[in-house]
Design a binder for this molecule. Sequence first.
Ligand SMILES: [Zn+2]
Length: 325
Amino acid sequence: MAGIRTILGDITAEEFGICDFHDHLIRSYGPEIRENAWYLMNDVEAASVELQDWIDAGGRSMVCMDPIGCGRDVQKMLNIAEKFAGKAHLVMVTGFHKGSLYDNYGHWSFLYPHNQVVDLIVKEVTEGMDLFSYMGPSVQRCSAKAGLIKAGTSLRQITPFEQNILSIAADAQKECGAPISTHTDMGTMGIETAELLKKNGANLEKCVICHTNKINDRYYHKAMLDMGINLSFEGPDRYEWLTDVALAENICWLVERGYGDQIVLSMDAGRNTMQKGYMAKEGKIAHGISYLLTKFVPLMKEVGVSEKAIHQMLVMNPARILSIS
Ligand SMILES: [Zn+2]
């Protein structure tokens, strides 16, 4: 039976509901935090406020995209999931981010034999995630399993380290059937990522490329969709890249051409400064993750995206992609 692998166990597609396909609730450590303190998100209370706000807006599910070595905190996520049991479904990821967040010559994913790394990734999906996210010499698996394999690429480049990560993700998918989602830097290298996944034998119908909406180019998006891969469009409320209306019109254009069953939607509020819960502690007002439903969905309708297509992108497509048989 196919089910969606949430951290509290497998559930049916019908139970999954409205899904934010790429977001962040907890990030407790990691190289991004050295870059900027706004990446530190280690407060279960603040994350709970954010998740409750998502539910209040009509949301139900969320894929939290923090991979190995980049702040993934299985215990804190489990604490949140248990608090919201029956009210929200959280999916966590295994796999890796872009190469700049690791030691490209010394990281175990690069040093261990290929099959050993694949096996470590598969076990996080089939047996349970390591509580310490493979950062130490001993592994302590817990009940929570990963429901997706992440990989990442650099700005205008896919480095040897990242090519290795993509081949590991593809081989792990072949073994355990989990979906793959990839980070693209500023949206670049999406076509090459899809080509590499295909070359390595991944099932592109179960792969999602993230962040390509940062490039305001419908024909670039169409070219990837024509390859059979899915796209996650994140980040309304990112005026530094493009306006919400430009994003909504790009989505509308693709939906009108029949690509609505290959698009998923996300907020990707991956900084504490973007979240209501964290900012409330400082007396600040922020849009938060619920903006996706409260502001962006009405805008999509206004530019002409049908209710049916919105349901497809928020409910049906995530359930199809995340189902593991
Ligand atoms: Zn993200």
